[in-house]
Design a protein around this ligand. Sequence first.
Ligand SMILES: [Cu+2]
Length: 285
Amino acid sequence: MRSQNRTSSQRSRIISVTALAAAGALALSGCSPEVQRGWLPTEKDTTSNTGILTDLWVNSWIAALIVGIITWALMLWCIVAYRRRKGATGFPRQISYNLPLEIFYTAIPLFLVVVFFYFTDRDQRAVDNPNANPDVTVNVVGKQWSWDFNYEQGGIVKEDVHESGIQAHLTGKEYDLEQLPTLYLPVDKSVTVELTSRDVIHSFWVPAFLQKRDMIPGKPNYMYFTPQKEGVYEGKCAELCGEYHSEMLFRVKVVSEAEFQAHLVGLEKGLLDEKYDRNPNLNEK
Ligand SMILES: [Cu+2]
């Protein structure tokens, strides 16, 4: 009779813990938009990838919090229910080699890892799935300490054009952001960004796009997305690349297709290819 009572009270505790976790998740869904997107610095529809990445981020946190709440509750319960009573002597009853318990705490973490792995892998594949026929292919080149943008002919880009960026000179006074090299992208058009470097490793990072990728000399990396919201987005180099790394800034302007075409008309013809690279190893060839 006594042991039965104990089991039913355990069960009610587990139920109340689960209810608490569910209430937490429900409370989160009623929160401000900022909380709903897990404090990420963007909207879900900024690019075709930001929704996938936001969901992965927020759902992973919800899962981690539920596991955390259950674990903390179980720990608290153990601390209180099995505390050392007055007058107790010797060791409490030992439970080593308790096979069901050992299977439980091996299987559950393994299950958690597999679930996280599955969703991460699924979303990573979706985000890195190459565009078959991109409307715009732009080669973004990192260099100490600015950016070149090569818009390659193909899709809606009629001819090769480029913009060669100049490093921001920050003096502590107000800086005119219009001077920064600016990557123009047309809204609702598929974009392939090819990332290369002329010298050391840089990293292409537009925080609002929730993606960051290294630019490695001799090894192109790629990003595939469709910008879905017109606007101006800040970008920066995210890999310490030398003395003026902090001045390696740029902007992305997502504009209408007409504005995009008008911008390309004003750019210099041709591409800035590898002959501007400064890489002793590659130049030897
Ligand atoms: Cu850099």
